[in-house]
Structure formats: structure tokens, C-alpha cells
Design a protein around this ligand. Structure first.
Ligand code: PLP
Length: 408
């Protein structure tokens, strides 16, 4: 009998087909194996599962609802548009789903300190929250460019007691933040743990983060059936590293009549003139390569090094993508689309003005794609993973785009 997808992938070495693995120095490989062993143990442990469930219900406020966006559905006149409201998860995004799990794992392993990178600051805020909850130290590495852009989240991290380390080299965004956090982790891998912020990094992180995010898809499936009597026709999620997308997709992979659509950031480019350096659509325009300890699809410069990338959304601004996304798109199970900065910002205002929900700019990419295709699919149902809320983005948006008065 065929194994269920989630049991089959990744394999024991952390591969999804040829993607994934753990391309790290030997000392770190040993740490990764220990983390994997500890995870295998607690994932079967009734006490751990019960504690995570309690946290999700009483601390995070799960389940998050599904909302039928009736005003936008009427405005666009085609498919029904539904939102899985991860913006209502405590701390305002899906990131807390894996942070509480990672911190619980760290506590079980006797670690004292949580270290991570952050782009938009949502993973940083979520990890600082988890550290406060469990009484652990927390160190967050963040590019100087993102510190300026996502300042409200920097303030939140500091109030929560985290040490925010500004990253001042290279493009000073997400990739450099990962480099810097990894370096800090290497200094003391015994007492600290690198609680990575997406389904990226060396094995076992892509699996661990996916498993902790799986709750999003599980809830969505039951809720959508309850609400509409059927399953959605298409599920749409933005893809940076890919954790919110894997969270929702992972519960629907075996229902192959449902289209799973990942939306990447096309940045300043347009579909008919895509320029390297202007976007971060790794799956759409990248090629196979190893970065940050895993084999996946990445955007490379002329020397084969990670290319510089751009997106208006700090959380999508990454030159690679989780290995499971590389695998699922290579076998045709997921479809990958791209939305540019202007389309995302327009969707940011549309959802704000027509539904009363201010979305994160990251999530606005998924919303924009749903709005783009809705009219072509009358009678169908689109489920968008609204991965986060946009409070962190409002200063940046208003400064650069005004109040959206042109949105009618
Ligand atoms: C609200 C929100 N959505 C999506 C992302 C992208 O991450 P991922 O692709 O891992 O879901 C981020 C990253 O910071 C985020 O803050």
C-alpha cells in the first residue's frame, strides 16, 4: 500500500525527490541529527501533542476562521473568494504556528537560547513571543533595510525582550539575515537552537516547520467543508521560503482535483520583461543550487552565487525557496505564478477598503492573484491563505503609495 504523502516525504535524509538534504559542516550535521531525533521522539509523545494543542487553543486563539469575502466576490463577479484568516493568529501571522512548536522542541532539548533571522519581522516577533512564553533567551538577526521598513515589528521584538541584531552587510535583507543568524548559531550550537523561519534550511527544518504549519490546512479543510459543503477548487498562497503555503497545501496534496497555486514576488518586473535583480520569483526563474544548507531552486548571478533580489514584501525577498516547493512544482502538483509590487499594493488597498481587512504585503500577493483570475472562474471557489495582517506595513505603504485613494 502507498504511504501517505506526509509520511513518504521527506525521506530519512531529508530529500523531497532530489531537493532538500543537509549540506552543512560535520559538526552542524551532528546537531541537525540530534534535533531530528528529538523531533521524532516528541512528535509521537502524547504529552507534547497535548501541550501544543493547549497552546494553540488558549494562547494562539486557534482555530482561525475562514471568511467569505463577499464584497470582493461581488466586485470581481466570478469565483467565490474565501480567506483563511492567519492574520488573526496571535502576533498577526502564521509564523507563531511553527515558533511555538520549535520553542517547545528547544525546551525539550534543554536549549537556553532561540536564534533566528527575520525579514518582515513576523517570524522575529513570533519567536520573541515564544521565548517570552517559555522563559528563554532570544536573538533575532534582521537586515538594516528591513529594520527601517518594518519598524513596528522591531519595537514589538524589543518589548518582548528579544535582542535584535542589525545586519549591515550585502543587501542588508533576508538572505544576509540568515547568513548572520547561522553564524551566531555556529558559535554555540549546544546551548542554542536556530529556530528557522520557514520551510528552508538543512534537514530536518523543512519537515519540522511544515509539520507545525500543517494545522492551517487541516483546519481549513474541515471549515471549508462545513461552510460550503465542498472543497475549494483552487488554493492560493504567497511563497517566500514557503511555510504558509506548505501549511495549507499539505492537507490537500492527495486531493489532486484541487489546484494548489504558489504566488511568488515579481518585484519591479512585468511578466513580459523580467529582469534579474528586480524580483524574487525563485521557482519561476531560478535553477538548481545549494544555499543555506539545502538543495533547491535558486536565483543565481553570473558567477553562480545567490543573486540579489527585490520584493516590496520583505518576507518574500529571498533568492531560494523551500525544497518541498521545488519538488512539488517539478512534478506538476503545484502551479507557480508571480505577482509584482504594484499588483500586490493594489490588492493591499482593495482588501482594506472593500472588506475591512488590512493584509500583510506578503499575503497581498496571494490576494492579488485571486483577484486577477476570479472573473475567469464563475461558479468556482478560491481559498486564499491570508498569511498575515498589515499593521507592520502601514507606515511604509503610506509613505510610498499614499492612502490608496485611486482604488475604486
Ligand atoms: C505575513 C507573511 N506572509 C508570508 C511570509 C513569507 O514566508 P513563507 O513563505 O515562509 O510563508 C512572511 C514572511 O515574513 C510573512 O510575514
Amino acid at each position: 500500500m502507498k504511504k501517505p504523502y506526509l509520511k513518504e516525504f521527506p525521506n530519512e535524509e531529508g530529500f523531497f525527490g532530489k531537493f532538500g538534504g543537509a549540506f552543512v559542516p560535520e559538526a552542524i550535521a551532528k546537531q541537525m541529527q540530534e534535533i531530528n531525533k528529538a523531533y521524532e521522539l516528541i512528535a509521537q509523545n502524547a504529552e507534547f501533542i497535548a501541550e501544543l494543542r493547549r497552546i494553540r487553543t488558549h494562547f494562539q486563539g486557534r482555530p482561525t476562521p475562514i471568511y467569505f469575502a463577499k464584497n470582493l466576490t461581488n466586485k470581481y463577479g466570478g469565483a467565490g473568494i474565501y480567506l483563511k484568516r492567519e492574520d488573526l493568529n496571535h502576533t498577526g501571522a502564521h509564523k507563531l504556528n511553527h515558533c511555538m512548536g520549535e520553542a517547545l522542541l528547544a525546551k525539550f532539548m534543554g536549549k537556553k537560547k532561540l536564534i533566528a533571522e527575520t525579514g518582515a519581522g513576523q517570524h522575529g516577533v513570533a519567536l520573541a513571543t515564544a521565548a517570552a512564553y517559555f522563559g528563554m533567551e532570544c536573538e533575532i538577526h534582521m537586515g538594516e533595510v528591513d529594520i527601517k521598513k518594518e519598524y513596528p515589528n522591531v519595537v514589538r521584538m524589543k518589548i518582548l525582550g528579544a535582542n535584535v541584531v542589525p545586519v549591515t552587510f550585502g543587501a542588508k535583507t533576508l538572505k544576509e539575515a540568515v547568513d548572520s543568524a547561522f553564524e551566531a548559531y555556529l558559535k554555540d550550537p549546544i546551548n542554542s537552537i536556530y529556530a528557522i523561519g520557514s520551510v528552508v534550511g538543512p534537514h530536518p527544518f523543512p519537515r519540522i516547520v511544515r509539520d507545525f504549519q500543517h494545522i492551517v490546512g487541516l483546519e481549513a479543510k474541515e471549515q471549508f467543508l462545513d461552510m460550503t459543503g465542498e472543497l475549494p477548487d483552487k488554493i492560493i498562497a504567497c511563497v517566500g521560503g514557503g511555510s504558509n503555503a506548505m501549511g495549507i497545501f499539505s492537507a490537500f496534496i492527495e486531493e489532486d482535483f484541487i489546484e494548489l497555486i504558489g504566488v511568488e514576488p515579481l518585484g519591479k518586473s512585468k511578466l513580459d520583461s523580467v529582469k534579474l535583480g528586480e524580483h524574487a520569483a525563485s521557482l519561476s526563474y531560478g535553477s538548481e543550487g545549494v544555499m543555506h544548507g539545502f538543495n533547491s531552486i535558486m536565483l543565481k548571478d553570473g558567477d553562480g552565487e545567490p543573486a540579489s533580489v527585490h520584493s516590496v514584501a520583505s518576507g518574500l525577498d529571498y533568492p531560494s525557496v523551500g525544497p518541498e516547493h521545488a519538488y512539488l512544482s517539478s512534478i506538476g502538483r503545484t502551479k507557480v505564478m508571480a505577482i509584482n509590487d504594484d499588483e500586490a499594493i493594489k490588492a493591499f488597498f482593495e482588501l482594506s477598503r472593500f472588506e475591512g481587512i488590512i493584509p500583510a504585503i506578503e499575503s497581498s500577493h496571494a490576494v492579488a492573484y485571486a483577484l486577477k483570475i476570479a472573473k475567469d472562474f464563475p461558479g468556482k471557489k478560491l481559498l486564499v491563505n491570508l498569511s498575515g495582517r498589515g499593521d507592520k506595513d502601514i507606515d511604509f505603504v503610506v509613505e510610498n503609495y499614499g492612502y490608496g485613494d485611486s482604488v475604486k
